[in-house]
Design a protein around this ligand. Structure first.
Ligand code: F6P
Length: 327
């Protein structure tokens, strides 16, 4: 027998498509296992403020297809302080909450680990971020949708790039990780892809663009991850190329937060549904301090600390494919 009678769920950090599907799954799994469920608004900040709502199976009707998060999200600076966490604990106690499911990225999991260490409070993490930069899961919730959003946008940019014979620099999200850039780049047929994990240098970019022009390409797309490592921002990069390769007419397009919105893909909805159920089951089995994830289409479990510290490596094979595709 476990002593978990009431589980709270929250979304934290940058939102991602599919977070609602994950909330729905946690809520419905709680209902299935006859466990009370509480929603916490605005992540850790709502925990500090005691901003809670009772959730039952019907509270999450018709949200599986909705982007954003009905529980809202935040990055709380107060939760980084001992005093903030003490307040949060007080509110959880007052509402007789026994365990917590955190849907978010590594920053949110770090907060969870610290809180668990201080108060021995049961916590399970569900990876929800468009960046896909979490160790212990091949896919985070929202990544697949964001990728498709980026590819759709780049396809449209290619239409105009090709009509005007222009070179476009397209910046996609990912301040520390190049998963979106690399995969959206390959998926949209980009001529070059700049990611944080690999700095090929500006010379190589010029050489590659020169080669591309020479081979007969009239328009080009360079996909740039926010956190790429050339040391220049995307506008400076564009200017550098225009200055050095005057044969190119260059434009910049920053996709920005549109990548975080929109109706989740079927993949993200199914992933969120699977991970939400597993999170609740683990808590009811007395487990804590782990993250649920997916690998080879099976749900797997990773220590939260490992999920935070481990490195989700970019695929070397895909990097090679991207190189070959620019021939
Ligand atoms: O972590 C997800 C993410 O979308 C990153 O790709 C991006 O760098 C960051 O969040 C943007 O954060 P904010 O919405 O706080 O500006």
């Amino acid at each position: 027998m476990n002593n978990i009678k009431k589980i709270a769920v929250m979304t934290s950090g940058g939102d991602s498509p599919g977070m609602n599907a994950a909330i729905r799954s946690v809520v419905r799994a709680c209902a299935y296992y006859k466990t009370e469920c509480i929603g916490i608004y605005r992540g850790y900040q709502g925990m500090i403020d005691g901003d809670f709502v009772n959730l039952n199976a019907r509270s999450v009707n018709n949200i599986i297809n909705k982007g954003g998060t009905i529980l809202k999200s935040a990055r709380s600076t107060l939760f980084r302080t001992k005093a903030g966490r003490a307040l949060a604990y007080e509110h959880l106690q007052k509402s007789q909450i026994d365990a917590l499911v955190v849907i978010g990225g590594d920053g949110s999991f770090t907060g969870g680990v610290v809180f668990n260490k201080e108060y021995n409070f049961p916590i399970i993490g569900i990876p929800g971020t468009i960046d896909n930069d979490i160790f212990g899961t091949s896919h985070t919730i929202g990544y697949d949708t964001a990728l498709n959003t980026a590819v759709e946008a780049i396809d449209k940019i290619r239409d105009t790039a090709s009509s005007h014979k222009r070179l476009f620099f397209v910046e996609v999200m990912g301040r520390d990780a190049g998963f979106i850039a690399l995969n959206a780049g390959v998926g949209s047929g980009a001529e070059e892809i700049l990611i944080p994990e690999e700095n090929l240098g500006l010379d190589r970019l010029l050489q590659s663009l020169k080669k591309s022009k020479k081979s007969g390409k009239s328009s080009s797309i360079v996909v740039v991850a926010e956190g790429h490592k050339t040391g220049e921002n995307v506008y400076q990069l564009a200017k550098y190329v225009e200055d050095n390769l005057p044969e190119y007419e260059v434009r910049v397009s920053v996709l920005g937060h549109m990548q975080r919105g929109g109706s989740p893909s079927c993949f993200d909805r199914v992933l969120a549904s699977r991970l939400g159920v597993k999170a609740v089951e683990l808590l009811l089995e007395g487990k804590s301090n782990v993250m649920v994830g997916i690998k080879d289409n099976s749900v797997i479990i990773t220590d939260l600390e490992k999920a935070i510290k481990g490195n989700h490596e970019i695929s070397i094979e895909l990097l090679k494919v991207s190189d070959i595709m620019t021939t």
